[in-house]
Design a protein around this ligand. Structure first.
Ligand SMILES: [Zn+2]
Length: 435
């Protein structure tokens, strides 16, 4: 008998003794339209489940399992789940859990292998499919607000990266995102939308869909970077890779529902072109939108980097691109901001500091304002503001300070409005004079 065969034999012998699994903890993550219940297990769960009506219940049977968590101490703050309790199992040695629900819900149950700070888990997603989808707020009106979707990375079960002193990325991203949103909502002509408002998990698709429904004009995903060694530091800004963008165009084209949503705005043009069934033309329209949004994303990314450089070290000075699941809507420019490295002890401290979080938020909002000043979406307050900006053609003998004096505005505001790097202006140059 070889050594490995012997090991296998030993393993088989001891198998029955270690078979009993234990539920060590039960965690509940409510979000506005779903609730996730996580059972922390000592090993991978062997389970089955069924639902019961009047009242609505979900029953989960865990084979060869013990329960070491006191279910009376669970903190349940969910619109869908009333109670988690134990019931008599069908078989001795099993655990039967009953989840008392507030309405009929189709559960999604799956197990997860150990990852990060967690061991084996059994995840029960209770999703309220009847939640009314918020209708797009972006509509007519000549000077509507621009809508900026702020996406706090990770959340709930997914802590993101973890710093050397144990700080979670998901907490940093949420507080920075909330600060950005609060600042945006103080600006005239802007409105923020948070994809995630609390500590719960949310898949990437749900994030972009929520932003789509909110009528976003811009999508900013907030993250903190990590590396295997503590050295790397600094912020960076990311865009979708061209390859992934092309893949996403293909996916939208294949998905009738999403295709018609994306084409909603151009449907008339397609009809006018007498090509409502022209698949090639439809594909081209989606592709054009994606490309346009990606181009615009590049401008936003550049503005964000040029603001961030004043308040933090930059890890990358130019916008970077990579295949990113969360940046995939063709409807608006999307960027991902890595606010710094949580794996770097100094930056971990900085990123969890409210003062630095405020500075990050201010810089990002400043960049967003500059971007919309230059590229206002039609029908927005920003578009109206840009139209009403006075234009001045530089005459012989005029200096920047003279122009500023004549219009009673500051030199720096003219420089910002025209993206001037120096005080030099030339005869015949057309300047926008901000008001
Ligand atoms: Zn992240």
């Amino acid at each position: 008998m070889t050594i490995s065969a012997l090991l296998i034999a030993v393993f088989i012998c001891i198998q029955p003794a270690i078979a009993a699994d234990t539920v060590t903890d039960v965690r509940i993550w409510p979000s506005p339209d779903s609730t996730r219940v996580v059972l922390d297990m000592s090993g991978s769960a062997k389970y089955s489940y069924f639902t019961l009506k009047n009242p609505e219940r979900l029953v989960i049977d865990l084979q060869d399992t013990k329960l070491s968590k006191n279910l009376n101490k669970l903190d349940i703050d969910s619109k869908l789940l009333k109670k988690v309790r134990k019931s008599t199992p069908k078989k001795k040695g099993d655990v039967r859990l009953v989840l008392d629900l507030t309405k009929s819900i189709k559960p999604v149950i799956f197990d997860l292998p150990p990852a990060g700070p967690y061991g084996d888990r059994l995840v029960i997603d209770l999703i309220d499919t009847k939640t009314k989808v918020a209708k797009s707020e972006k509509k007519v009106g000549s000077n509507r607000d621009v809508v900026i979707a702020i996406d706090a990375g990770h959340g709930g079960e997914d802590p993101g990266s973890i710093g050397p002193s144990g700080k979670y990325e998901k907490h940093i991203t949420l507080s920075v995102a909330k600060k950005i949103a609060a600042l945006i909502n103080k600006q005239k002509g802007m409105k923020a939308f948070l994809t995630r408002t609390g500590d719960y998990s949310m898949d990437l698709h749900a994030r972009t869909r929520a932003a789509d429904r909110a009528g976003a004009d811009l999508f900013i995903s907030v993250h903190a970077d990590a590396f295997t060694s503590p050295g790397p530091s600094g912020a960076s800004v990311w865009l979708q890779s061209t390859t992934r963008a092309t893949t996403e165009v293909g996916r939208i084209f294949e998905d009738q529902e999403r295709q018609s949503e994306v084409l909603a705005g151009v449907a008339q043009s397609i009809q006018e072109a007498g090509a409502s069934n022209d698949q090639y033309l439809k594909y081209a329209f989606i592709d054009m939108r994606m490309e346009h949004s990606r181009d615009q994303g590049y401008y936003v990314a550049k503005e964000v980097l040029s603001e961030l450089q004043h308040i933090t070290k930059l890890h990358q000075h130019k916008p970077q691109s990579m295949s990113l699941g969360v940046l995939k809507s063709p409807n608006y420019p999307s960027i991902l901001v890595e606010t710094g490295f949580i794996s770097n002890p100094k930056e971990e401290k900085l990123l969890t500091n409210a003062w630095q979080q405020n500075r990050l938020a201010k810089s990002i909002v400043q960049a967003v304002k500059k971007y919309f000043d230059r590229y206002p979406p039609d029908g927005t307050y920003y578009a109206m503001k840009k139209k009403s900006t006075i234009k001045h053609r530089v005459r012989r003998g005029e200096s920047l300070s003279l122009v500023a004096q004549n219009y009673n505005v500051s030199i720096s505001s003219i420089k910002t409005a025209n993206n001037l790097k120096s005080d030099t202006i030339r005869v015949g140059q057309l300047l926008s004079i901000p008001q």
